[in-house]
Write a protein that binds this ligand. Structure first.
Ligand code: FES
Ligand SMILES: [Fe+2]
Length: 361
Protein backbone atom coordinates (compact mmCIF):
# COMPACT_ATOMS: atom_id res chain seq x y z
CA UNK A 1 0.00 0.00 0.00
CA UNK A 2 1.45 3.37 -0.98
CA UNK A 3 1.61 5.80 1.92
CA UNK A 4 -0.78 8.70 1.69
CA UNK A 5 0.94 11.91 0.58
CA UNK A 6 1.57 14.26 3.48
CA UNK A 7 -1.46 16.36 4.08
CA UNK A 8 -0.73 20.03 3.42
CA UNK A 9 -1.17 22.02 6.56
CA UNK A 10 -3.64 24.84 6.45
CA UNK A 11 -1.83 28.04 7.38
CA UNK A 12 -3.16 30.23 10.14
CA UNK A 13 -5.16 33.17 8.85
CA UNK A 14 -5.84 36.41 10.70
CA UNK A 15 -3.88 39.62 11.12
CA UNK A 16 -0.38 38.30 10.68
CA UNK A 17 2.44 40.24 12.33
CA UNK A 18 4.39 42.10 9.67
CA UNK A 19 7.89 40.77 9.30
CA UNK A 20 8.87 43.46 6.84
CA UNK A 21 12.29 44.55 8.10
CA UNK A 22 12.42 48.18 9.16
CA UNK A 23 15.73 49.67 8.12
CA UNK A 24 15.47 52.93 10.03
CA UNK A 25 19.04 54.12 10.06
CA UNK A 26 18.89 55.17 6.42
CA UNK A 27 18.04 57.96 3.99
CA UNK A 28 14.72 57.79 2.11
CA UNK A 29 13.13 60.16 -0.37
CA UNK A 30 10.29 62.04 1.32
CA UNK A 31 9.16 64.09 -1.67
CA UNK A 32 10.43 65.89 -4.73
CA UNK A 33 11.80 69.42 -4.37
CA UNK A 34 8.91 70.62 -6.52
CA UNK A 35 6.31 69.03 -4.22
CA UNK A 36 7.71 70.97 -1.28
CA UNK A 37 6.77 74.53 -2.15
CA UNK A 38 6.05 77.24 0.40
CA UNK A 39 3.27 75.21 2.04
CA UNK A 40 3.55 72.39 4.51
CA UNK A 41 3.57 68.85 3.19
CA UNK A 42 2.47 65.70 5.00
CA UNK A 43 4.09 62.34 4.56
CA UNK A 44 4.83 59.14 6.46
CA UNK A 45 7.86 56.95 7.03
CA UNK A 46 7.40 53.65 8.90
CA UNK A 47 3.87 54.91 9.66
CA UNK A 48 5.27 57.92 11.54
CA UNK A 49 3.46 61.06 10.40
CA UNK A 50 5.94 63.67 9.25
CA UNK A 51 5.43 67.29 8.29
CA UNK A 52 7.81 68.97 5.87
CA UNK A 53 8.32 72.67 5.29
CA UNK A 54 10.97 75.08 4.09
CA UNK A 55 12.80 77.11 6.71
CA UNK A 56 13.94 80.70 6.40
CA UNK A 57 17.00 79.67 4.36
CA UNK A 58 14.87 77.51 2.06
CA UNK A 59 16.31 74.29 3.46
CA UNK A 60 13.73 71.57 4.12
CA UNK A 61 12.76 70.82 7.70
CA UNK A 62 11.07 67.55 8.70
CA UNK A 63 9.27 67.24 12.03
CA UNK A 64 7.12 64.58 13.63
CA UNK A 65 3.61 65.74 12.75
CA UNK A 66 2.60 66.25 16.36
CA UNK A 67 2.73 69.52 18.23
CA UNK A 68 4.48 69.06 21.59
CA UNK A 69 1.88 71.39 23.16
CA UNK A 70 -1.36 69.44 22.72
CA UNK A 71 -0.56 66.88 20.02
CA UNK A 72 -2.42 68.61 17.21
CA UNK A 73 -0.92 67.71 13.80
CA UNK A 74 1.48 70.47 12.82
CA UNK A 75 0.53 69.88 9.20
CA UNK A 76 -2.70 71.78 9.99
CA UNK A 77 -0.56 74.87 10.54
CA UNK A 78 1.32 77.09 8.14
CA UNK A 79 4.76 78.52 7.54
CA UNK A 80 5.37 81.96 9.07
CA UNK A 81 8.75 83.61 8.48
CA UNK A 82 10.43 80.29 7.84
CA UNK A 83 8.98 78.72 11.00
CA UNK A 84 6.20 76.19 11.21
CA UNK A 85 3.28 77.66 13.19
CA UNK A 86 0.86 75.20 14.79
CA UNK A 87 -2.73 75.82 13.77
CA UNK A 88 -4.12 75.60 17.32
CA UNK A 89 -2.27 78.04 19.65
CA UNK A 90 0.34 79.28 17.21
CA UNK A 91 3.49 77.82 18.75
CA UNK A 92 6.24 78.09 16.15
CA UNK A 93 9.04 75.65 15.40
CA UNK A 94 12.34 75.73 13.52
CA UNK A 95 13.37 72.99 11.11
CA UNK A 96 15.60 71.50 13.83
CA UNK A 97 12.60 71.19 16.15
CA UNK A 98 13.37 74.09 18.48
CA UNK A 99 10.37 76.04 19.76
CA UNK A 100 10.92 79.61 18.52
CA UNK A 101 7.76 81.38 19.61
CA UNK A 102 4.81 80.94 21.97
CA UNK A 103 2.23 83.69 21.40
CA UNK A 104 1.69 85.94 24.46
CA UNK A 105 4.24 84.01 26.52
CA UNK A 106 6.83 86.24 28.23
CA UNK A 107 9.40 83.53 29.01
CA UNK A 108 11.89 81.75 26.75
CA UNK A 109 9.92 79.65 24.27
CA UNK A 110 12.52 76.94 23.73
CA UNK A 111 12.81 74.23 26.38
CA UNK A 112 13.58 70.50 26.02
CA UNK A 113 9.97 69.44 26.55
CA UNK A 114 8.68 71.97 24.02
CA UNK A 115 10.79 70.72 21.12
CA UNK A 116 9.54 68.71 18.17
CA UNK A 117 11.20 65.54 17.08
CA UNK A 118 13.20 66.57 13.97
CA UNK A 119 14.41 64.30 11.19
CA UNK A 120 17.68 65.25 9.45
CA UNK A 121 17.13 66.19 5.80
CA UNK A 122 19.11 66.60 2.59
CA UNK A 123 18.06 68.10 -0.69
CA UNK A 124 19.88 66.92 -3.81
CA UNK A 125 19.11 66.31 -7.49
CA UNK A 126 15.57 67.58 -7.03
CA UNK A 127 14.63 65.31 -4.12
CA UNK A 128 14.16 65.84 -0.40
CA UNK A 129 15.61 62.97 1.64
CA UNK A 130 14.90 62.16 5.28
CA UNK A 131 17.06 60.25 7.72
CA UNK A 132 14.42 57.91 9.15
CA UNK A 133 15.92 57.51 12.63
CA UNK A 134 15.81 60.89 14.39
CA UNK A 135 17.50 59.33 17.42
CA UNK A 136 20.79 58.69 15.63
CA UNK A 137 23.07 61.01 13.66
CA UNK A 138 23.07 60.32 9.91
CA UNK A 139 25.70 57.97 8.55
CA UNK A 140 26.68 58.51 4.92
CA UNK A 141 24.79 60.54 2.36
CA UNK A 142 21.66 59.79 0.30
CA UNK A 143 21.84 57.73 -2.87
CA UNK A 144 23.11 59.65 -5.89
CA UNK A 145 21.38 59.03 -9.24
CA UNK A 146 24.54 58.63 -11.25
CA UNK A 147 23.23 59.51 -14.74
CA UNK A 148 20.69 62.14 -13.76
CA UNK A 149 23.00 65.08 -14.43
CA UNK A 150 24.75 63.53 -17.46
CA UNK A 151 23.89 65.64 -20.51
CA UNK A 152 24.08 62.61 -22.86
CA UNK A 153 21.05 61.15 -21.12
CA UNK A 154 17.42 62.09 -21.14
CA UNK A 155 15.85 61.68 -17.75
CA UNK A 156 12.24 61.01 -16.77
CA UNK A 157 11.15 61.12 -13.13
CA UNK A 158 7.90 59.74 -11.77
CA UNK A 159 6.44 59.19 -8.32
CA UNK A 160 4.22 56.15 -7.86
CA UNK A 161 2.78 54.24 -4.94
CA UNK A 162 2.30 50.53 -4.33
CA UNK A 163 0.46 48.60 -1.61
CA UNK A 164 3.43 46.44 -0.80
CA UNK A 165 6.46 46.37 1.45
CA UNK A 166 9.83 47.66 0.26
CA UNK A 167 10.90 44.03 -0.03
CA UNK A 168 7.86 43.04 -2.11
CA UNK A 169 8.15 46.08 -4.38
CA UNK A 170 11.91 45.68 -4.85
CA UNK A 171 11.57 41.98 -5.60
CA UNK A 172 8.79 42.70 -8.06
CA UNK A 173 10.81 45.39 -9.84
CA UNK A 174 13.79 43.04 -10.21
CA UNK A 175 11.96 39.77 -10.81
CA UNK A 176 12.38 38.40 -14.33
CA UNK A 177 10.17 35.25 -14.30
CA UNK A 178 6.88 37.10 -13.75
CA UNK A 179 7.30 39.34 -16.77
CA UNK A 180 6.33 36.69 -19.32
CA UNK A 181 3.15 35.88 -17.37
CA UNK A 182 1.86 39.00 -15.74
CA UNK A 183 3.02 41.27 -18.55
CA UNK A 184 2.85 38.63 -21.31
CA UNK A 185 3.15 40.19 -24.78
CA UNK A 186 4.07 43.62 -23.54
CA UNK A 187 7.52 42.79 -22.29
CA UNK A 188 8.73 39.24 -22.74
CA UNK A 189 6.80 36.64 -24.69
CA UNK A 190 6.23 33.33 -22.96
CA UNK A 191 6.54 31.26 -26.16
CA UNK A 192 9.82 32.75 -27.38
CA UNK A 193 12.21 31.36 -24.79
CA UNK A 194 16.00 31.39 -24.80
CA UNK A 195 18.40 29.90 -22.31
CA UNK A 196 20.56 32.47 -20.55
CA UNK A 197 23.16 32.39 -17.80
CA UNK A 198 22.56 34.30 -14.58
CA UNK A 199 25.22 35.34 -12.10
CA UNK A 200 24.14 36.51 -8.66
CA UNK A 201 26.70 38.53 -6.68
CA UNK A 202 26.01 39.75 -3.16
CA UNK A 203 28.14 42.19 -1.20
CA UNK A 204 27.61 43.73 2.22
CA UNK A 205 25.12 46.36 0.99
CA UNK A 206 23.90 45.16 -2.41
CA UNK A 207 22.97 42.19 -4.52
CA UNK A 208 23.04 42.00 -8.29
CA UNK A 209 21.97 39.54 -10.95
CA UNK A 210 23.68 39.76 -14.33
CA UNK A 211 21.89 38.08 -17.23
CA UNK A 212 24.27 36.87 -19.91
CA UNK A 213 23.22 35.86 -23.41
CA UNK A 214 19.83 37.52 -23.36
CA UNK A 215 18.54 38.37 -26.82
CA UNK A 216 16.75 41.63 -27.42
CA UNK A 217 13.41 41.36 -25.63
CA UNK A 218 10.57 40.42 -27.94
CA UNK A 219 7.23 42.11 -27.70
CA UNK A 220 6.28 45.71 -28.01
CA UNK A 221 8.78 47.22 -25.59
CA UNK A 222 11.73 45.40 -27.13
CA UNK A 223 10.80 46.50 -30.62
CA UNK A 224 10.55 50.09 -29.47
CA UNK A 225 13.87 49.93 -27.62
CA UNK A 226 15.98 48.45 -30.34
CA UNK A 227 14.40 47.99 -33.76
CA UNK A 228 17.66 46.57 -35.17
CA UNK A 229 18.26 43.99 -32.42
CA UNK A 230 21.76 43.80 -30.90
CA UNK A 231 23.53 42.25 -27.93
CA UNK A 232 21.84 42.85 -24.61
CA UNK A 233 23.67 43.40 -21.33
CA UNK A 234 21.17 43.28 -18.51
CA UNK A 235 21.72 43.61 -14.77
CA UNK A 236 19.23 43.95 -11.95
CA UNK A 237 20.44 45.09 -8.58
CA UNK A 238 19.23 46.05 -5.14
CA UNK A 239 21.13 48.49 -2.95
CA UNK A 240 20.35 49.05 0.71
CA UNK A 241 18.19 50.46 2.07
CA UNK A 242 15.74 50.50 -0.86
CA UNK A 243 17.10 51.14 -4.35
CA UNK A 244 15.98 48.78 -7.10
CA UNK A 245 18.04 49.29 -10.24
CA UNK A 246 17.53 47.80 -13.69
CA UNK A 247 20.19 48.43 -16.29
CA UNK A 248 20.02 47.54 -19.98
CA UNK A 249 22.63 48.09 -22.61
CA UNK A 250 21.27 47.13 -26.04
CA UNK A 251 23.84 47.28 -28.82
CA UNK A 252 26.31 50.12 -28.47
CA UNK A 253 23.98 53.07 -28.56
CA UNK A 254 21.12 52.19 -26.25
CA UNK A 255 21.61 52.43 -22.53
CA UNK A 256 18.76 52.52 -20.03
CA UNK A 257 19.15 52.84 -16.30
CA UNK A 258 15.98 52.65 -14.22
CA UNK A 259 16.35 53.51 -10.55
CA UNK A 260 13.44 53.04 -8.19
CA UNK A 261 14.06 54.65 -4.82
CA UNK A 262 11.67 52.99 -2.37
CA UNK A 263 10.37 54.75 0.71
CA UNK A 264 8.54 52.69 3.36
CA UNK A 265 5.62 54.98 4.16
CA UNK A 266 4.13 52.04 6.05
CA UNK A 267 5.08 48.39 6.42
CA UNK A 268 2.97 47.58 3.36
CA UNK A 269 2.82 50.87 1.51
CA UNK A 270 5.77 52.04 -0.52
CA UNK A 271 6.45 55.29 -2.29
CA UNK A 272 8.37 54.61 -5.48
CA UNK A 273 10.41 57.42 -6.99
CA UNK A 274 11.47 56.31 -10.44
CA UNK A 275 14.36 57.96 -12.23
CA UNK A 276 14.77 56.67 -15.76
CA UNK A 277 17.92 57.73 -17.64
CA UNK A 278 17.92 56.89 -21.33
CA UNK A 279 20.56 57.20 -24.03
CA UNK A 280 19.29 55.91 -27.34
CA UNK A 281 19.76 56.55 -31.04
CA UNK A 282 16.09 57.47 -31.21
CA UNK A 283 14.99 60.80 -29.75
CA UNK A 284 12.98 60.46 -26.58
CA UNK A 285 10.02 62.41 -27.97
CA UNK A 286 9.60 59.64 -30.51
CA UNK A 287 9.78 56.77 -28.01
CA UNK A 288 7.94 58.39 -25.16
CA UNK A 289 4.37 58.27 -26.56
CA UNK A 290 4.69 54.48 -26.86
CA UNK A 291 7.02 53.64 -24.00
CA UNK A 292 5.36 55.69 -21.29
CA UNK A 293 1.83 54.24 -21.58
CA UNK A 294 3.36 50.75 -21.87
CA UNK A 295 5.48 51.31 -18.75
CA UNK A 296 2.47 52.64 -16.83
CA UNK A 297 0.36 49.71 -17.96
CA UNK A 298 3.07 47.32 -16.79
CA UNK A 299 3.27 49.13 -13.46
CA UNK A 300 -0.53 49.00 -13.11
CA UNK A 301 -0.40 45.21 -13.48
CA UNK A 302 2.36 45.08 -10.86
CA UNK A 303 0.39 47.35 -8.52
CA UNK A 304 -2.64 45.07 -8.68
CA UNK A 305 -0.68 41.92 -8.01
CA UNK A 306 1.28 43.58 -5.18
CA UNK A 307 -1.92 44.76 -3.50
CA UNK A 308 -3.40 41.27 -3.72
CA UNK A 309 -0.15 39.75 -2.41
CA UNK A 310 -0.13 42.25 0.48
CA UNK A 311 -3.68 41.26 1.34
CA UNK A 312 -2.60 37.66 1.74
CA UNK A 313 0.62 38.54 3.56
CA UNK A 314 -1.50 40.39 6.10
CA UNK A 315 -3.60 37.27 6.55
CA UNK A 316 -0.96 34.57 6.49
CA UNK A 317 2.39 36.28 7.17
CA UNK A 318 5.48 36.00 5.04
CA UNK A 319 6.91 32.83 6.50
CA UNK A 320 5.55 30.54 3.84
CA UNK A 321 7.51 31.61 0.75
CA UNK A 322 8.67 28.75 -1.46
CA UNK A 323 11.49 29.63 -3.84
CA UNK A 324 13.61 28.24 -6.64
CA UNK A 325 16.90 29.63 -7.91
CA UNK A 326 14.85 31.65 -10.39
CA UNK A 327 13.86 33.86 -7.45
CA UNK A 328 17.29 35.29 -7.99
CA UNK A 329 17.23 38.37 -5.77
CA UNK A 330 14.22 38.34 -3.43
CA UNK A 331 15.72 36.10 -0.69
CA UNK A 332 19.00 38.05 -0.81
CA UNK A 333 17.16 41.36 -0.54
CA UNK A 334 15.36 40.11 2.56
CA UNK A 335 18.63 38.92 4.06
CA UNK A 336 20.36 42.28 3.42
CA UNK A 337 17.41 44.20 4.88
CA UNK A 338 17.36 42.03 8.00
CA UNK A 339 21.09 42.53 8.49
CA UNK A 340 20.71 46.29 8.01
CA UNK A 341 17.79 46.39 10.44
CA UNK A 342 19.98 44.78 13.10
CA UNK A 343 22.95 46.96 12.14
CA UNK A 344 24.97 43.85 11.34
CA UNK A 345 26.15 44.24 7.75
CA UNK A 346 28.79 41.83 6.54
CA UNK A 347 32.41 42.91 6.15
CA UNK A 348 32.66 45.22 3.10
CA UNK A 349 36.11 43.80 2.31
CA UNK A 350 35.01 40.17 2.40
CA UNK A 351 34.91 38.24 -0.88
CA UNK A 352 31.42 38.58 -2.39
CA UNK A 353 28.96 35.71 -2.40
CA UNK A 354 28.49 34.44 -5.92
CA UNK A 355 26.28 31.85 -7.58
CA UNK A 356 25.46 30.94 -11.15
CA UNK A 357 22.50 29.25 -12.74
CA UNK A 358 20.71 29.11 -16.06
CA UNK A 359 17.17 29.93 -16.96
CA UNK A 360 14.94 30.25 -19.98
CA UNK A 361 13.52 33.67 -20.75
S1 FES B 1 -1.47 72.31 20.10
FE1 FES B 1 0.03 73.24 18.95
S2 FES B 1 0.17 75.20 19.75
FE2 FES B 1 -1.26 74.24 21.03
FE1 LIG C 1 6.35 43.61 -13.28
Amino acid sequence: MTPAPPRPELPEAGEAAPIQPRVRRAWYIACTSAELGQDVLKTEIFAQPIVLFRGGDGAPGALLDRCPHRSVPLSLGRVVDGQLACGYHGWRFEGDGRCAHVPAFLGTPDAPGRRCLAFPTREQQGFVWIWADPGSPPVGEPFFFRLMDDSRYQVITRVLHAEGSVHAVAENALDVPHTAFLHGGLFRVDAARNQIRCVVTRRHDRVECAYIGEPRPEGLVGRILSPSGGVVTHSDRFLLPGIAEVEYQIGDENHILVDAALTPERDHRTRLTAVVAVRTRMPLWLIRPFAEPAALRIFGQDQRVLAAQTDNLRRFGEAGFASTELDALGPHILRLMRQAERGELEDPDAAPYQREFSMRV
